[in-house]
Design a protein around this ligand. Structure first.
Ligand SMILES: N[C@@H](CCC(=O)N[C@@H](CS)C(=O)NCC(=O)O)C(=O)O
Length: 93
């Protein structure tokens, strides 16, 4: 498999860990909080949306709508909360 484009700008520290691309905004923090609560290993990467990082080709390769947070895990890439929900399984309302 070829190297993900996003790795060129935000190289992973641990390629087998979840890679989180985010910033400390309310939406950005919530995925980090969930990962911490679940005690999952992840590499955090700063995507500075105040500087336009979200519009780069590298970031849009994992988040086509240019929104943080985004994360990739092994061979999956999903927007943050969808990934966490998938891991936790369906909810009972
Ligand atoms: N539904 C998304 C919304 C994410 C979102 O709105 N992110 C904002 C920051 S809090 C963003 O990326 N803004 C950058 C932009 O719109 O250019 C979620 O809750 O994760």
């Amino acid at each position: 498999m070829s190297k993900p484009l996003i790795y060129e700008r935000w190289p992973p520290l641990h390629a087998d860990w979840i890679q989180l691309y985010s910033i400390n905004s309310p939406n950005g923090i919530k995925v980090a909080v969930a990962l911490e609560e679940m005690k999952l290993d992840y590499d955090p990467h700063l995507v500075n949306i105040r500087e336009g990082d979200q519009h780069t080709a590298e970031f849009r390769s994992v988040s086509p709508n240019a929104k943080i947070p985004a994360l990739i895990s092994a061979h999956h890439q999903l927007s943050g909360i969808a990934h966490i929900g998938a891991r936790e399984g369906p909810r009972e309302n």
